[in-house]
Design a protein around this ligand. Structure first.
Ligand code: ADP
Ligand code: ADP
Length: 227
């Protein structure tokens, strides 16, 4: 469990005439166990905000911290799930999960295998561990990607439109399962979507990023009453 804070973040891609200010002076926080969605129109900087929090990009200005400690690049305290599943096509579902784990934990092979099995079961794929990505539907591939991320037990889950490529029915199933998983594990979650309905369904709080051409970007934070 952890709190993640982004303070006065500005991010500029490129320089000179090609400079694009993706985020300007944006502050966001997600408290321990809180599920926070970030919504806003295409191009408002949602993905940039998530990549920064993942440590894949360094902000031009501002500080990102986990429990008060500034981050320094990617770390196993923050797990990411992207819209594209990024599974290795030549590895089975099981191998996709264990491969990542063997890189980020010092568990022995047996412990890694049993943890991977448990995470695949958690996302409903206990019977599909030996299938290759080409044998899995889009929804199932995203389940593998979620299991892979959960397997190393990150305190913070960062998700960038994870259900964006799925049909409506599959998306609804995965949304329900994600809610169960998040409640069960009490993780801190930052979830990027352009779908306000998805955001309100999943979240404790929704942060709206707005981008008016030529104007400073602003954030609006709305608490969701989920009772
Ligand atoms: P969103 O996820 O809300 O659609 P992004 O974070 O992807 O927004 O993009 C924010 C802005 O930064 C957009 O204007 C986009 O064109 C620009 N941008 C994103 N990535 C790059 C990049 N690698 N180089 C230059 N500009 C970029
Ligand atoms: P989508 O293809 O839209 O992601 P789902 O993930 O909801 O669909 O798949 C629905 C069900 O159909 C799955 O639970 C699975 O049993 C089956 N299925 C779909 N595509 C495949 C496939 N390529 N191989 C095996 N089973 C599949």
């Amino acid at each position: 469990m952890a709190t993640v804070t982004l303070d006065d973040i500005t991010h500029v891609y490129g320089s000179g005439d090609d400079a694009v200010t993706a985020l300007s002076d944006v502050s966001v926080r997600a408290d321990e166990g809180e599920f926070v969605s970030i919504v806003g129109p295409s191009g408002c900087g949602k993905s940039t905000l998530l990549y920064l929090t993942g440590g894949f990009l360094d902000p031009t200005a501002g500080t990102i911290a986990v429990d008060g400690d500034p981050i320094d690049g990617p770390g196993t305290d923050r797990g990411v799930v992207f819209q594209e599943y990024a599974l290795y096509p030549w590895k089975t579902a099981m191998e996709n999960v264990t491969f990542g784990l063997s890189h980020v934990t010092d568990l022995d092979a047996e412990a890694i295998e049993s943890r991977a099995r448990a995470e695949l079961a958690r996302v409903g794929l206990e019977g599909d561990a030996d299938k290759y990505p080409t044998e899995l539907s889009g929804g199932m591939k995203q389940r593998v990607a979620i299991a892979r991320t959960l397997a190393y037990d990150p305190a913070i889950l960062l998700m960038d439109e994870p259900f964006g490529a799925l049909d409506d029915q599959t998306r609804e199933l995965l949304q329900e399962d994600l809610l169960d998983i998040c409640t069960e594990t009490d993780r801190t979650s930052l979830f990027v979507t352009h779908d306000i309905e998805e955001a309100t369904y999943l979240s404790d709080r929704v942060i709206v990023l707005t981008a008016q051409p030529g104007e400073v970007k602003t954030v609006v934070s709305v608490d969701i009453d989920r009772s």
